[in-house]
Design a protein around this ligand. Structure first.
Ligand SMILES: C=CC1=C(C)c2cc3[nH]c(cc4nc(cc5[nH]c(cc1n2)c(C)c5CCC(=O)O)C(CCC(=O)O)=C4C)c(C)c3C=C
Ligand code: FE2
Ligand code: FE2
Length: 343
């Protein structure tokens, strides 16, 4: 039985000239801006033009490109090595290359008996996982890739993921002067509040990830908070913001340990926003020490956790179907909220 595993992530520009079209693809996604066409197309042109200079300077800090593809390739190689020859990982980024459109033919040519969609987002959101799944379904239908396909919707408290994050927290805490009592900021990508109000389970799943990490750490006296970064646009986003928490760390004069809890590899949101912008803010605000925990990347525990999810998904009974009738969840988790979110 040959299984093609499609690893989804958001993607990022591979050169500075790609910043604007990457942003356009992002804002033209109905999962991000829910306007009808041609209005969405016009708004996406406007916002991507406005955002491009800021985004360009972000990517200039990383040598003019996002490292997200290279980092995802490393994860794919590690997962391939663990799963063996009956499995093959392919990478599909949502807003820049390699994209689903260019990938479906290669997957079809590999002649899998089944396809497993594995988002590199531990927590499900309509803006990320559901959007990637929908694009994959469209592209697979276009080339007649009709083999059974299931989606691993989410794995917020996967044991390997949780252990990898908890180990990162332990290593991070060890970097502080033992007389100091750092505060842990679990930082996740934010979302507009109205997306959560419409029933998106992302925030609840982020909270579930943090609860699992805290349970594994078993440090009842730990000072911690969940916060949300990377806000763009005029809408109200869920909070507290990571930026506000960095300021609070300065006001309270506590050292900060920043832990990415929704990103599983490094890119602009970690290498620039956390490592440059918030570190600078922390220095300006008098935070006594600022340490950022690396993302889980190709950490052995994390990759083993993904392999567990793959094996469990394959063994699961009939997947939960979304309201649109698509197979969206193969976790076998009863009551998994993704099933109601449409695909
Ligand atoms: C405006 C809406 C956005 C929503 C909603 C959103 C959700 C969301 N994004 C990620 C993960 C990533 N985002 C990345 C970049 C990025 N995201 C937005 C906007 C929204 N994201 C923008 C405009 C950008 C581009 C960079 C910038 O201009 O700031 C990336 C990739 C970064 C890279 O490759 O360098 C990731 C990954 C999640 C997990 C999420 C919701 C849960
Ligand atoms: Fe984003
Ligand atoms: Fe699910």
């Amino acid at each position: 039985m040959r299984t093609a595993i499609i690893l989804f992530n958001l993607g990022g520009p591979d050169r500075l000239d790609a910043v604007k079209p990457f942003l356009f693809n992002l804002f033209n996604d109905p999962a991000i801006i829910g306007l009808p066409q041609p209005l969405r197309w016009m708004v996406a042109q406007l916002i991507s033009s406005r955002r491009a200079p800021t985004a360009r300077s972000i990517y200039e800090h990383m040598g003019g490109r996002s490292p997200i593809v290279a980092n995802t390739e490393e994860q794919a190689r590690a997962l391939d090595a663990l799963l063996g020859l009956d499995f093959k990982c392919f990478i599909a980024m949502r807003y820049w290359h390699p994209r689903a459109r260019g990938l479906v033919a290669a997957v079809k040519q590999w002649a899998p008996d089944r396809v497993l969609l594995l988002p590199l987002y531990p927590q499900f959101s309509t803006t990320t996982t559901a959007s990637s799944v929908r694009e994959w379904q469209r592209e697979a239908a276009r080339v007649g890739l009709t083999v059974p396909t299931t989606t691993l919707c989410c794995y917020p408290d996967n044991a390997g993921f949780v252990t990898a994050v908890a180990n990162g927290v332990r290593r991070g805490l060890a970097q502080f002067d033992p007389t100091l009592k750092p505060r842990v900021l679990f930082s996740a990508h934010g979302l507009p509040k109205k997306v959560i109000d419409a029933g998106d389970p992302y925030q609840e799943q982020v909270e579930r990830s943090v609860a699992a990490v805290l349970a594994e750490l078993a440090m009842p006296a730990l000072d911690w908070v969940i916060c949300y970064q990377s806000r763009v646009g005029p809408l109200e986003w869920i909070g507290p913001s990571t930026e506000a928490e960095v300021r609070r760390g300065g006001a309270d004069v506590v050292p900060l340990l920043v832990v990415p809890i929704a990103f599983v590899s490094d890119h602009s949101e970690t290498l620039v926003e956390l490592d440059i912008e918030y570190r600078t803010l922390a220095e300006e605000r008098g935070v006594p020490a600022y340490v950022r925990v690396p993302t889980v990347g190709a950490d052995a525990d994390f990759i083993a956790g993904l392999a567990d999810e793959v094996r469990r998904a394959i063994a699961a009974p009939e997947p939960i179907r979304s309201s649109a009738g698509h197979r969206i969840c193969s976790t076998g988790r009863s009551g998994c909220p993704c099933g109601q979110m449409g695909s």
